[in-house]
Design a protein around this ligand. Structure first.
Ligand code: HBI
Ligand code: FE
Length: 288
């Protein structure tokens, strides 16, 4: 496969991409080994989701009609679209941010077509089919969350070229869409895709004393750095998806101006103004 500037160093076959970076899923190309990897991951994470995911996530998994074989994106999209207008589009892997935002704004969720090797069952660096599909698509069946994601995409597309805003939006995505927790009547539950597609991080995010757990605050999240190669040092907790919906609907012009005057924060920071739900063992106190 010829490597180009856009996919240098990335896994996946970018040679057949369309202008919007989509490809055909080509469902028959999956091997029995691929399907077995899916089956192992699906049953393990579905069992963990029962106890540790918010009920909207579990309802979404069931609405997709998932089973022992890698799902066909078109078939699942035909079930998802009537619920919230979202469809799943196949991509070779990570795609440029502006293209990614444009898909979200049109209610198209990009899902990677390749699935990890059996040796990577517990951890892999880049998002694969299982992370994207099992982690991200179930909540697209929830109308409030689905609207948040479309609004988020529109904000990202509107921010094209403004690195300060794009950095803050990627932090919001990271701490919410990838690693968000939410309070529920049954207690603290996960909704982030990075958590729910990982056996290790599901238990760590909810039960381990190491990380901070801090109440959702949009400005606070937008100031806070994150690491992509380890479990999170801080998880942010929504009181409900309505909080996220309000945040993604806001006009953020004034907020960005205010944030320009405030320093970024390390991932382990705890501020005096934080709604601290759990103070982690590596917490670093920072003056607000
Ligand atoms: N591409 N396929 C894919 N999936 C993502 O989650 C993704 C991406 N490109 C960029 C990206 N995420 C993030 O940098 C967003 O903040 C834009
Ligand atoms: Fe993801």
């Amino acid at each position: 496969m010829m490597e180009t500037a856009t996919n240098a160093g990335l896994r996946g076959d970018y040679s057949a991409i369309r202008p919007d970076y989509t490809v055909d899923q080509d469902w028959p190309h999956y091997t029995d080994d691929d399907h077995e990897t899916w089956r192992l991951l699906y049953h393990r994470q579905r069992a963990l989701a029962e106890r540790h995911a918010c009920r909207e996530f579990v309802a979404g998994v069931d609405a997709m009609g998932l089973g022992d074989r890698i799902p066909d994106f078109e078939q699942v999209s035909d079930r998802l679209e009537p619920l919230t207008g979202w469809r799943i589009v196949a991509v070779p892997g990570l795609i440029p941010g502006d293209t990614f935002f444009a898909h979200l704004a049109r209610r198209r969720f990009p899902v990677t077509v390749w699935i990890r090797d059996r040796s990577e069952l517990d951890y892999l660096v880049e998002p694969d089919l299982f992370h994207d599909f099992f982690g991200h698509t179930p909540l697209l069946s929830n109308p409030v969350f689905a609207d948040c994601m479309a609004a988020y995409g529109a904000k990202g597309a509107a921010a094209a070229g403004d690195e300060r805003v794009l950095k803050r939006l990627s932090r919001l995505y990271w701490y919410m869409v990838e690693f968000g927790l939410v309070r529920t009547p049954e207690g603290l539950r996960a909704f982030g895709a990075g958590i729910l597609s990982s056996a290790g991080e599901t238990l760590f995010a909810l039960k381990d004393p190491k990380p901070n757990r801090i109440g959702f605050d949009l400005a606070r999240i937008m100031r806070t750095d994150y690491r992509i190669d380890a479990f999170q040092e801080t998880y942010f907790v929504l009181d409900g998806f309505a909080d996220l919906f309000r945040a993604t609907g806001l006009d953020l012009t004034d907020l960005h101006r205010a944030l320009d005057r405030q320093p970024d924060l390390p991932a382990s920071a705890v501020l005096s103004g934080d709604k601290v739900i759990h103070r982690g063992v590596n917490a670093v106190d920072v003056a607000a």
